[in-house]
Design a protein around this ligand. Structure first.
Ligand code: PXL
Length: 270
């Protein structure tokens, strides 16, 4: 055995309802024809209505998850999701640097669709100082980008400046997701700033649905999966945007409120 099939790992929380976190990442890795693994950082008890409880896993156990995978697999790309506290972020940054797990997509999960805070305030500085410099790609949504640069982003120019600032903080490629406001009612606009300095906007029609749990997780997982297969960052981001759009556009009827996206609907994406 040559151990060469594209392998990708998520470093994330588990959400027992299967819609977000590690579970959404694994659905995505599977749909993108990669072999997915999960270094679990925390477990969330939740459903489509909200999050009821969460626990962080012990740091020595998380370190063992890294060591176990590094001893056996040939990981070509990785992503981070929910990293709930400052110590956890520090551990993940250190462990990631011990091994060769390929390019890293950092999804700075700060607030869920339910409005629950998944990243405590004191962790923000570690996210800025320790994780951003490791990021091949960082994928903040609009609100997370505002939090990371600590100011309001009102105009397209503000968003571009924020992306440049995130690059100065050490992240190589920046995707600021989901500008959808009074002016941009019918479309969701994402801004991409590549390491080369090239930049572009991506647009998709806005879909009015509550089935958007796990959207950000799946987007960053898709980018990581494409990178594991050797595609460029720009291609990976474009595929991921299409992936998430199709998974939102064709919903499945699960749960009572903020349901999951439909990973199967992405079957025909090349
Ligand atoms: O979608 C953000 C997210 C990430 N990770 C975990 C979650 C959620 C949202 O519920 O539970 C574990």
């Amino acid at each position: 055995m040559t151990n060469t099939f594209p392998q990708v790992v998520t470093i994330a929380g588990s959400d027992c309802d299967g819609s977000a976190g590690m579970e959404a990442d694994l659905h995505t890795f599977f749909m993108r024809h990669t072999y997915g693994m999960a270094i679990v950082t925390a477990c969330v008890a939740g459903n489509s209505i909200g999050i009821q409880d969460s626990v962080a896993l012990p740091i020595p156990f998380i370190k063992q998850e890294f060591a176990s995978l590094a001893a056996d697999f040939n990981i070509k790309a990785s992503k981070t999701g929910m990293l709930a506290d400052a110590e956890l972020i520090k551990t993940i940054a250190q462990e990631y640097q011990k091994y060769d797990f390929g390019p890293l997509v950092v999804d700075p999960v700060i607030v869920t669709k339910h409005g629950a805070t998944l990243l405590e305030d004191d962790a923000l500085n570690n996210m800025r100082n320790l994780m951003l410099p490791l990021a091949t790609v960082i994928t903040p949504n609009f609100a997370e980008a505002q939090t990371l640069v600590a100011r309001q982003l009102n105009t397209a120019t503000d968003i571009k400046q924020a992306a440049r600032q995130l690059q100065q903080m050490g992240a190589q490629n920046i995707l600021i997701k989901g500008r959808h406001d009074d002016v941009h009612q019918a479309v969701v606009t994402d801004y991409v700033l590549l390491a080369s300095g090239e930049d572009f906007w991506l647009e998709a029609p806005y879909i009015d649905t509550q089935h958007v749990n796990g959207t950000g997780d799946s987007l960053s997982a898709c980018i990581a999966a494409e990178l594991a297969k050797g595609r460029t960052v720009a291609d990976a981001i474009k595929t991921a945007k299409q992936f998430v759009y199709q998974a939102i556009a064709d919903p499945i009827d699960v749960g009572h409120q903020y349901g999951p996206i439909n990973h199967w609907a992405t079957n025909d994406i090349k």
